[in-house]
Structures are given as C-alpha cells and as structure tokens.
Design a protein around this ligand. Structure first.
Ligand code: G3H
Ligand code: 13P
Ligand code: ZN
Length: 322
C-alpha cells in the first residue's frame, strides 16, 4: 500500500468509535518502533513530522524513512502528516514534498485571520490531493519555539466550529478541551494528589467535545497534547540521573472515552520521548563501559514499540482496524 491520506482512516474511526494514533517521528528508531507495533497489531497509523523535526533530521531523510516503513508494512495504511505547520510556505513545501496530510496551525491568530490562512492552505492542498487539519482554541505547553502559558491558553468555543469548518473547508479540526503539550501539562496547583502522592490533573472538558460533535456530526476531531506521561518512565528517568519532578499527563481512560466520541486522531509525542530517554538513561547507568549506539538504541526502540502497542490496544482502540 502506498502512503494514504487520512480520509478513509477517519471515516472508519468515526463510525467504529476509535481513534488513529498520530506519533511524532524524528529518527529511524522512532519510525521503526512505531510502525513495527502497528504492523503487528494491524493498526492504521499517522506518522507526523514537526517543523523542528524537519530542521533536525531534514525533510528528505524523514520522507525516505517513512517510505521505507511503507515498504516494510504493506498491509497497514500509513499517512505522513505535517504537525503544527506554522505558515502557508511550510505546508506547501510538505505538500510538494510527498506528505499526504498537513496541519496549518493558525490558532494563535484572530478568528478571521485563522480562517483566511487555513483556507489558503486548504485550496492548495486539495488541488494536490492532500488533506488539511486546522486548529481552533489554544493549548497550553511547548511546541517548537512557541510556548503558551496556561493563562494564555483557551478552550475552543463550540459556537465557532461550524462557521470555521464551512468557511475553510478543512478536513479535520484540532480543538482545545484541556489537553496540553509536553511532559508538564499542569502545575501542581491545577491538580489534586492521589493517595500515592501522584498529581491528578483536572478532567478534560467533555461538555465542549459533546457540543462540537453535535454541531459537526460525522466530522473528525483531533486531540493534541495527549501524552499520558507514564509514571514508570518518569521514575526510570529520575532514578538514572534525570530530573523530571511532577511530570504529569492526561489519564488514558479519558483519552479512550474521547476516542469513542468524535475524536478520530490522538497526538502522542512526549510519551515516546520519555520511553526513549528513560531507557537510554537506564542503559547508560547500568553499562558505563558501553559506547556502541546500537546497544542503547535497540532497547529504546523496543520500549517505544511496546508503548505504542499498549496505546493501540488499550487507549486508541485501533488495533485490528487496518
Ligand atoms: O506538539 C509538538 C510535538 O510534540 C512536536 O514537538 O516541535 O519539539 O518537534 P517538536
Ligand atoms: P504531547 O506533548 O502530549 O505528546 O502532544 C503531542 C502533540 O500534540 C503533537 O502535536
Ligand atoms: Zn500538537
């Protein structure tokens, strides 16, 4: 199977009450860990590349790594998506350069300007057979060089979504219902603590999601900032020389609930970064004499694979849906 757009994936996900995982990739081990899990679990997958990933690894290397995964996994649909496209030029470069889906993130602009920029990308993308994700509302957290403080983040206004989708012609919409980018999604003050002393974040705003779903029946909704920040990996980092106090993510059962609703794409990046970093830190601490990168990248890739397998089966519900 060649690279696909997300159109068919989202239709099936919407009707089937599950979400497709969108995992960020920056290097070969991430592409391999993610796609091997998806191949074995027969799951569709979206591999996504940010502006920062393109700057780090180079557009061509990333496209070729994803094309290699397509050859290695002929039985599952794979989409190649630009994550948080900051402007028309970046989206155009990805559309011209082999991506099947792009996100234009003009969510920090005023409503009318967001519509204008998104519409421009949609027109170019659709003329080239590529689909477009847009965003309304602002998530807290860090992505590339943009840092949004919790105070400046804002939930999506459900009353805006219909007009936005009609005027822009976008194919899917990322909304802000309380998720956040990175490994520190909430401050300690925003959370309560459970009996083990672990921070428990405020629940997602399912009321907004329900309202959006009612206004846009059948339309695919996207959740960014949906890492759960597994405490086992936070512990692994902290026990092996790292320092990540009070890292906290979105509870997985809430993501499963969102996937049963209109949410068709769930973005997960920080969890994979944590798995990779925790594993490498532990390996380094246990084997101070080793210096062959293959020896520490191998277990890191294996743990990414097992984490993705868990997400597909237990969180997204897309295992067996390829
Ligand atoms: O939301 C952003 C993704 O986690 C990608 O992160 O911009 O550091 O590549 P990045
Ligand atoms: P996390 O930082 O929660 O993994 O979010 C990733 C994301 O939204 C990428 O666009
Ligand atoms: Zn994001």
């Amino acid at each position: 199977m060649a690279l696909v757009t997300t159109t068919e994936m989202f239709k099936k996900a919407y009707d089937g009450g599950y979400a497709v995982g969108a995992f960020n990739v920056n290097n070969m081990e991430m592409v391999q860990g993610i796609t091997e899990a998806c191949r074995e679990e027969h799951a569709p997958v979206i591999l996504q590349v940010s502006k920062g990933a393109r700057a780090y690894a180079n557009h061509t290397y990333l496209v070729k790594l994803v094309e290699a995964a397509v050859l290695e996994c002929p039985d599952i649909p794979i989409a190649l998506h630009l994550d948080h496209g900051p402007d028309f030029e970046t989206c155009k470069s990805c559309i011209d350069g082999g991506f099947t889906s792009v996100m234009i993130d003009a969510s920090s602009l005023p409503f009318e300007k967001n519509i204008e920029v998104t519409k421009q990308v949609v027109e170019y993308a659709h003329a080239h057979g590529v689909v477009v994700e847009a965003e309304l509302g602002t998530l807290a957290g860090v992505e590339d060089d943009v840092k949004v403080d919790a105070a400046d983040s804002s939930y999506t206004k459900a009353e805006d979504v219909q007009e936005f989708v009609e005027k822009t012609g976008c194919d899917s919409l990322a909304i802000a219902i309380g998720t956040s980018h990175g490994a520190y999604k909430f401050t300690a003050e925003q959370c309560t603590r459970n009996e083990k002393g672990i921070l428990v974040p405020p629940p997602l705003r399912f009321d907004i999601l329900k309202d959006v779903e009612a206004r846009l029946p059948g339309f695919p909704i996207v959740l960014h900032g949906s890492s759960s920040v597994p405490q086992e990996y936070v512990k692994m980092v902290n026990e092996n020389g790292g320092k990540m106090p009070d890292a906290v993510g979105i509870p997985e059962e809430q993501l499963r609930e969102a996937a049963r609703m209109a949410v068709c794409k769930i973005n997960i990046d920080s969890d994979l970064r944590l798995a990779m970093t925790g594993t490498i830190r532990q390996f380094m601490a246990e084997h101070p004499d080793k210096f062959d990168p293959r020896e520490y990248l191998k277990p890191a890739r294996a743990n990414i694979k097992e984490l993705v397998r868990h997400k597909l089966k237990d969180v997204l519900g897309c295992a067996g849906k390829a």
